[in-house]
Structure formats: C-alpha cells, structure tokens
Design a protein around this ligand. Structure first.
Ligand code: ALA
Length: 507
C-alpha cells in the first residue's frame, strides 16, 4: 500500500528540536546561498543546447522553467520550515507518503544530485579547455576533453574536477558563507559583463523566426533549461538556521530565483541578439539533437561557426563580437565558480545516501564515517567515482536532462506532500505556509509533470529503467531491512549540515 510505513513526523522532528541550530541566516544570506547553488552550467553552457532545441524561443523556455521552479520553491519552503531536517524531499515523502514512495524519491534524487554533479563537471571542462586554448594557445586533442558522442573519447578534465571535489569532500571541506559570497560576486559580475557587452550589439532580426521548431521545441528547451534553476533547494535545507523563516525563507527562495531568472533572460537575449540562436540542422534540413554525433559532425562541417556548437557559449559569443579577452575572463569566472556547484551537488548526494542508509534502506557500510575527517568517506568516494565516470563519457545536455527527470519527480512529490499534509495534519505549526496552496501546489505538480514529459523519449526511457532498477533494489534489499518496517523509529538526526555521526547499533 502506498501510504504504508510512514515515518512519524514527530519522531523526525524530535531530534531536530533536541539540537536546535543557531538561527543566524537572514533574507540576504539565504538569497546569496540560493544564487550560489543555482547559477552554473545551466546558463553558462546549456544556453547553447536550449538554442539548438528552441532557437530564439528559448527566451520563453527560460520563463516557463523559472515559473515552475518558483511554484515548486513555495511548496519546498513550507515543507522545509515544517520538517527542517536532512534528506529534503526524501524525508518529506517518508513522513507523508510512506516508504515505497520515499524510496523512489530518494532514488530519483540520486539522479538530481550525482548526475547533475557530472553535468556541471562537463560544463566546467568546456570552459577551462576553451580558456586554455584561447588564452594560452594550447592545442588540446579533442579526444581527451570530450565524451564519445561529442567527437572525443574521454573527458579527462571533467573526470579530474569530479575527483578533486570528491577529495575536498572527504577531507571535510564545506563552503563558508564568505567563499560563497565571493563566488556569487564572480558569477554575477561575469554575467553582468556579458549582458553589458552583448546587449548593445543586438540585432532584432535575430529574434525571427522566434520558434523555428514550434512550441514543442520551446517545451523541450524548457525541460532542459530547468537545470539552470536547480539548486534552490539548498536554501530550503537551511530552514532550521533561518531567522524569522516565515518572512525570510520565501524571500530567499523566490528572491534568488527571481534574480537568476532576470539574469538568465538578459543573458539569453544577449546571445540571441548578438550572434543569433538559429538551430543547426542536418544536410537535408532535419532537426539535430544537442549532444548527438550528427550535430557534432554538422558542427565540424560548418567550422563550429554557431553558438549551438560551442561548449562555452558565453565565452564564444564574446569572442565572436570582438571581446576575446573578456571572453577568456568569463571562462576564468566559470572555471573558478562552477566547482562550488559540483561541491554542493555532491554534498547533497552524500547526505541523501547517508540518511537512506541510516534508515536501513541502503547498506549501513555506506554511512561509515572517517575516523579522522568525520565525513561519510565511503559514500563520498563511491559517489565521486560514479560522478567521474558520467562526466568522462556523457555529454552535458544528456546528463542535465537525466538529472532533471529525477528532480522533477522529487519536486512534484514535494508539491503533493504539501497538499496531503494540509489535510492529514492541519494543526501542525507551519512557520511558512505556501500562499494559495490549493492553486500553487497542484499547478507546481502539473508543471513538473509537463516538463518531465517534454524531456526526450530517450531520457524518459532511461528514467523508467532507473525506476525499475530502484524498485528491484527496494524489494530485494531495503524493504526487509528498513528500520521503520522493523519498528525501529528512534532518530539520530543531527543538524542538516554537519557531517553525519557514526551509526548506533541497529538493534
Ligand atoms: N543550477 C545548477 C547549474 O546550472 C545546477 O549548474
């Protein structure tokens, strides 16, 4: 039964109350946290993918994805303020919809976090390689810096950065608010500089035809570009540390998304207006999928003379419009700032794995803590190995789409959880209440479903395969070992941020 094996909310909350965190974050810090986690490969790299799918219509794609995210964010804010503990959507679903659904959400979050870390690693590689080639005139063989479907063999820089971030996480690196603020400043300055230089050379003719591949193309691009907004859930996990969460949480969530949306629309307009965003089609005019061998071949045939062929769309655009040094500077900014997005994604992944294995749904060995660094090193290294493998062999767009499929499922479940909990547990204190919940939550869930089905059939097929694998693991392994299933409901939750503690004996 779907609602079976619910993990009692009171048990989840009891431990958070035992260890209250210092409420130090205000609206400004939360907004910075959100922008730090959100701006990354999406805008720096996937703009080219969105252009290939939608042409100038990608502007609308950015708006659609931003609106769906904002609605989901309002639902996240309610759950996060009510259940301010580790595990995000997985924990909320466990408390509201029971174990099988929580398992699937946790399983989907693996896609959200680990695959996203792979996507950002590939994005980072594109910029750093472009920087080395253009600023230092190095001739780097494509075979070693691109995956097989992008015309290479293995993406070594992407593997390298995933390895480096894994090592930082094993030794216990956490990004301080100050480092985050510096990185946000770097990213925002780079995007502002881009807009400042690209908008004045805009040619309005580049905006027509607006939707060369129809509304289907715009929806497909929205489903991909959704990746550019992922990461705001980092704000919601800080609910417990927020001063006056009723006021500051929505400001942080909606504020960071609004600022990112504004930047994204300006940057996308700059790309379209300055160099054009016409999709590259095949020899007989057929549409080509981003990240496909056919597109890589066609790009080679036209000498990579289109933004959709670039692995570093913003730097490429700046070079095209006569600002090669500033293009390199934007490449440097991406090279400096994107690793922190990888770090946040991988950190989120290890935390989800940790909570799932502590609940007995995954092997306990995964939650082992390093004696010296006090970090969950086993799971971190395992996650790092997978992230490095994905980054080495897959194109950024495919990784982002797969990641989105998992994220969209998790977001939809959070929206549904909010609605269910309003009915099943109306009296529980809600430091933040989603406004107009009867409209916002269903529309958020429907928006996620719409974006999910706008992903390519290939991505949806991969997701289905992942879900089948997930259910098999659950029924063959987790179900019989689940702590809730065995009646063990005591909680050992520490604050949502600290490295997890060693496990207590199971029985
Ligand atoms: N939103 C993050 C990015 O675009 C994941 O890199």
């Amino acid at each position: 039964m779907i609602f079976g094996r619910v993990k009692p909310l009171d048990a989840i909350l009891a431990t958070a109350e035992k260890k209250p965190l210092h409420r130090s974050l205000g609206a400004f810090q939360l907004t910075m946290l959100g922008i730090g986690a959100v701006i990354g490969t999406g805008i720096f790299v996937l703009t080219a993918e969105a252009a290939q799918k939608a042409g100038p219509g990608m502007l609308l794609s950015f708006v659609i994805a931003g609106v769906v995210c904002a609605l989901a964010a309002l639902c996240y804010a309610e759950m996060a303020s009510m259940v301010p503990v580790s595990g995000s959507a997985y924990t909320y679903s466990y408390a509201v919809m029971g174990e099988p659904i929580a398992w699937m959400v946790g399983w989907a979050l693996i896609l959200e976090y680990a695959i996203a870390a792979g996507a950002v690693s590939v994005g980072w590689s594109g910029y750093v390689v472009g920087l080395l080639e253009n600023a230092f005139h190095l001739n780097i063989p494509k075979a070693l810096v691109r995956g097989p479907s992008d015309g290479g063999i293995v993406n070594l820089p992407a593997m390298g950065i995933a390895g480096l971030v894994t090592w930082l996480l094993v030794i216990g690196t956490k990004e301080s608010a100050r480092v985050n603020a510096v990185l946000v400043a770097i990213k925002v300055s780079a995007l502002s500089l881009f807009v400042f230089l690209a908008l004045p050379v805009m040619n309005m003719a580049h905006f027509t035809p607006f939707a060369p591949l129809g509304f289907g193309g715009i929806s497909a691009a929205a489903a991909s570009i959704f990746f550019a907004y992922v990461g705001f859930d980092a704000v919601s996990t800080a609910a417990e540390e927020t001063k006056n969460p009723q006021r500051n949480m929505p400001i942080g969530l909606i504020g960071s998304l609004a600022i990112c949306t504004l930047f994204y629309i300006l940057v996308a307009s700059g790309v379209i207006g300055s160099v054009g965003a016409t999709p590259v089609s095949g020899p007989s005019g057929e549409a080509l999928a981003p990240g496909s061998i056919a597109l890589a071949n066609q790009c080679r045939a036209i000498g990579d003379a289109a933004v959709v062929c670039s692995k570093e769309a913003l730097a490429w655009t700046l070079r095209e419009i006569g600002w090669p040094q500033i293009g390199n500077l934007v490449g440097l900014a991406a090279g400096l700032a994107l690793p922190s997005v990888i770090l946040m994604m991988m950190f989120g992944q290890t935390r989800i794995f940790f909570v799932m294995s502590r609940d007995g749904l995954l092997p306990q060995i995964l939650a082992q803590v390093h004696p010296r660094y006090h970090t969950p090193h086993v799971i971190t290294i395992l996650t790092g190995m997978f992230v490095a493998l994905f980054a080495a062999f897959f194109p950024v767009g495919l990784l982002a789409d797969i990641s989105n499929s998992g994220t969209l499922l998790a977001f939809a479940m959070v929206a549904i959880s909010v609605m269910v909990l309003r009915r099943t547990d109306p009296a529980r204190p809600r430091p933040f209440r989603t406004p107009a919940v009867n409209i916002i939550a269903p529309v958020a869930a429907a928006g996620c479903v719409y974006l999910f089905f706008s992903l390519s059939g290939y991505t949806i097929g991969l997701f289905a395969g992942w879900a089948i694998l997930g259910f098999s693991v659950y029924f063959l392994y987790g179900r019989s070992r689940s702590h809730v299933g065995r009646g063990i409901t005591e909680m050992h939750e520490r604050d949502s941020d600290a490295p997890p503690l060693p496990l207590p004996p199971v029985s």
